[in-house]
Design a protein around this ligand. Structure first.
Ligand code: FAD
Ligand code: FES
Length: 254
């Protein structure tokens, strides 16, 4: 883990209120696990001392760059959306425990299920699985066609299904409807997204091993302040930022 001033290579609007930010800096050389996050200081003013946690979406060690995708929905993320090429961003990371890619063997199949702004960390996970010959199937859920992003990028890595709650793009309904409709076959599942989606996924997979990434409001992001605790089967005060954000599905108490 380190703190670094990274340089903005690109900051583009890729869907409604969704931005793809590419940052340059040596910090990327320490990024090894899909599902980890960085804690970003959105500017230098004392008003925004608290960093914002954002998942790592792509790790590109050759070009010394990494990508995060964020939804501009509050003060901090709106400030990020105004970053220009060449600006500097103070980043702390990589943080937390990501997905365990050793949970599958080559030749097996992983189901990756993402909801909305929970989708980004699954892209690096899909890349990592494909590199070690693990097949990935992707199911991505959004509310509306204007929210859809990264479908084409996931399609390059494996079969990809997109659902929208209102039916305005591809399949109508929830990610769980798609999994049932196409009777998708897989060995283990990996997910990130809204809590009700994670819960439904765990319920429909009660015979299968899965890994779920949780979100909590955070402060320090490094396990020191206990602002982000949740209760699991093995720990009454599990810190999402340090013990997670990825947990085994069976350990999570909804
Ligand atoms: C481990 C982790 C990974 C995350 N990855 C991403 C990501 O890849 N892309 C992305 O867009 N967002 C991600 N988030 C959520 C992101 O941190 C918040 O949206 C962001 O901090 C909001 O800051 P703000 O100043 O813009 O909003 P605020 O003005 O603080 O709040 C705006 C809205 O965001 C909600 N919010 C604020 N903080 C959090 C939080 N920590 N978790 C959930 N909701 C929050 C508030 O309840 C409110 O509805 C992640 C959160 C965690 C904990
Ligand atoms: S945010 Fe401080 S312990 Fe998790």
């Amino acid at each position: 883990m380190q703190v670094q001033l990274t340089r903005v290579i690109n900051n583009e609007n890729i869907a409604r209120n969704i931005f793809r930010l590419t940052l340059y800096g040596d910090i990327v050389q320490n990024m090894n696990e899909a599902g980890q996050f960085v804690n970003i200081r959105v500017n230098n003013s004392s008003e925004y001392l608290l960093r914002r946690p954002i998942s790592i979406c792509e790790i590109n060690k050759e070009s010394n760059t990494f990508v995060v995708i964020y939804r501009a929905e509050g003060d901090g993320t709106n400030i990020l959306s105004n970053l220009k090429i060449g600006d500097f961003v103070d980043v702390l990371g990589p943080l937390g425990k990501g997905y365990n890619i050793k949970s599958l063997n080559s030749g097996q199949t992983a189901l990756l299920v993402g909801g909305g702004i929970g989708i980004p960390p699954l892209y690096e996970l899909a890349k990592k699985f494909n590199e070690i010959d693990i097949k990935t199937i992707h199911v991505l859920g959004f509310n509306n066609k204007d929210d859809v992003f990264y479908k084409d990028k996931f399609m390059e890595l494996g079969n990809t299904y997109v659902s929208t709650a209102d039916g305005s793009f591809d399949e109508r309904g929830y990610v769980t409807d798609v999994i049932k409709k196409y009777n998708l076959q897989y060995d283990k599942y990996y997910s990130c997204g809204p809590l009700p989606m994670l819960k439904a996924l765990k319920e429909m997979n009660n015979q299968k091993e899965g890994y779920l990434s949780l979100e909590e409001r955070m402060a320090c992001g490094i396990g020191a302040c206990y602002a982000c605790v949740c209760k699991t089967e093995i720990d009454d005060t599990a810190r999402v930022c340090y013990d997670g954000p990825v947990f085994k599905a069976e350990e999570i108490i909804f």
